[in-house]
Every structure is written in C-alpha cells, then in structure tokens.
Design a protein around this ligand. Structure first.
Ligand code: GLU
Length: 311
C-alpha cells in the first residue's frame, strides 16, 4: 500500500500539465481549476508544464495560446513553465539508470505480434507477454525499450476516487518507456518531471486514473516519492458518452474571455460540485478564483462523468 502523504504537513506543490496538441478544452479547463484550487487552498505552489514530447501532434503556437488563456482566466503560476521537449537529457538519464539496474530492456515485437500472443479481451489494453525480456530473439530489431514489471499489486488512495489498485503484470505487463525511433514515453517523462519538480499533489482527469499505477511503479524504481493523487470526473456529452473533438474543443482561445471568462470558471466549479454564490455572475475571473481558493470543498467533487453546461 502506498501511503498518501498527509498534505497538511507538507508544503503542497501542484501542477497543471496540458498537451499543446490542440487548444484548451472543457476537460483541461476542469483540470486547471481543480489542480489550481487544490494547491492554492493549501497555501501551496502551482506549476505549469507543457507536455510537448509528442512532436508530430504538437500544434505550433498552441502552448503560448494556452498560457494567454490561463492568464486571462485569472490563473497565476509559480516559476518558469517547464517544456518537456527541452528535458530529454533528464529522461535519458532516468532511462540509463533503469537499463543499468537491469530493470529495462530492448524489445523487438510489433503490435500485431503482441496481440497474437496476448490474451487481452477485445478492446482492452494488450498485456505484453514478455517475449524479449531475456534478450532480443535472433533477427529482431529493437523497436522499443520496456520496463520490467513484477507480480505486485500497486495500490493508492485517491483524493476523489478513494482506494484504487492494479496488478501491473495482469493489466499491461512490461510497458514501453521509449520507442526506438521516437520520444520517451509519457509515463517516464511525467514521473521524472513530477519527481524532479518536487510535485507532491497531482490533480487531473480520470482518464489518467488507470495510468497512475504505472507511474507509481516507475517512481518506486527511480526513487521518487509518490504524490497525492486526485482524479476528477470526465466531461462527457448529455448522452453520457465521450465528447467529440468538436464538442470538446471549447477553444478557450476563440472566446472573448474578458466578457465570458466568468461563465467558464463558474461552470467548471459547478461541475466540480461547488456552489458559487449568484453574486459572482459577471465577476472578474480573479475574484471567482479567489472565492474558489477560499471556499472549495474537495469532498463535494462528484465521482461520475457528467456534461458541463456552460450557461
Ligand atoms: N498531458 C496530459 C493531458 O493533457 C496530462 C498529463 C498529467 O496530468 O499527468 O491529458
């Protein structure tokens, strides 16, 4: 069991880590509000990180656009913005530590080879069967580096969801931490960035809940402490299904934030189970954020995905 750090005894360092692959959307708005308020209400810091490692998907100009949008919505961050694309040396050195300790290895399997052997039910994540664990078979070229996982249950106590556990060997097996031809994998980068950034509180969307055990596992291997996690409900459409790109892309950048920033913030706070008073309608964004920092009650964050009505 990974003990949740008692946040009352630690100076909270939270963060918001959007991927600049498209403009901020409803889910990122909720993650920004949730992570900001949870850090600030504890008197803590809130750091910003651009997860721009997946360069083919990164849209030029979006990162700056996100910063302007966050500022216009009244968010203020601490320190310099971290760009993952500038941190490959840190990821490389973590990778070398794992390789040096015999905890990572080269794998030559293609996706179709893995799905032929793996018994994952249709649609579920493929469990890597360990084919290359003891060395690349003859004639196979290296396609990825994987970290070895052992038969261990990873458990943590989520601030929103409660107890959550996963046996990595059954849910994913040895997982990829770098593609031979490409960037370091998200899990490795996040763990190194959160660890080196001293982040001890991670509030983000529930789409990442099932990734968290892999990240906790890497933290243990690399000697980083495990942050407190809180996974916020997903924003869905009124039918309860995933938002299409168009529905979700409330491009905050396209909106007149001076005029309607308040509607977005109040909608996100209501989505998170809070009851902002009616006199905040039309208020400056900084005033709404200030109210939220003082009055936010994490016990009211709902568990279930829901739509996010803007008006
Ligand atoms: N970059 C991820 C996203 O935009 C979030 C990663 C994280 O919060 O750990 O969905």
């Amino acid at each position: 069991m990974t003990p949740a750090t008692d946040i009352t005894e630690v100076h909270v360092v939270g963060r918001f880590a959007p991927s600049p692959t498209g403009p901020l959307h409803l889910g990122s708005l909720v993650a920004a509000v949730g992570s900001y308020v949870m850090a600030r209400r504890a008197g803590g810091k809130w750091l910003l990180r651009m997860e721009d490692l997946d360069t083919p998907r990164v849209v030029p100009g979006i990162a700056d656009d996100m910063l302007r949008t966050l500022e216009a919505l009244g968010f203020r961050w601490d320190g310099e913005v971290v760009y993952q694309s500038r941190r490959t040396e840190a990821y490389r050195s973590a990778m070398e530590r794992l390789l040096g300790a015999g905890l990572a290895y080269a794998c030559g399997c293609t996706r179709s080879e893995i799905s032929r052997i793996s018994s994952a039910p249709h649609g579920a994540e493929l469990v890597y069967p360990g084919t290359c664990r003891d060395g690349l078979p003859e004639g196979k070229a290296e396609r990825a580096l994987r970290v070895k996982v052992y038969d261990e249950l990873i458990e943590f106590d989520d601030l929103v969801v409660g107890k959550y556990s996963q046996a990595l060997s059954a849910s994913c097996g040895d997982f990829v931490i770098q593609r031979a031809d490409g960037p370091f994998a998200y899990h490795l980068a996040v763990v190194v960035d959160d660890g080196e950034g001293g982040i001890n509180q991670v509030i983000r969307g529930a789409d990442l809940l099932s990734s968290t055990p892999r990240q906790i596992y890497l933290q243990k291997l690399l000697g980083f402490p495990t942050p407190v996690y809180g996974h916020l409900p997903l924003v869905v459409n009124p039918e309860g299904t995933k938002l299409s790109k168009r529905e979700n892309a409330v491009s905050l950048a396209d909106r007149d934030l001076a005029r309607e920033g308040w509607t977005l913030l109040l909608a996100a706070l209501r989505f998170l189970g809070q009851s902002p008073p009616p006199d905040l309608n039309g208020a400056p964004c900084t005033e709404i954020i200030g109210w939220a920092v003082k009055s936010f009650d994490p016990a009211r964050i709902p568990l279930v995905p829901a739509p996010l009505p803007l008006y």
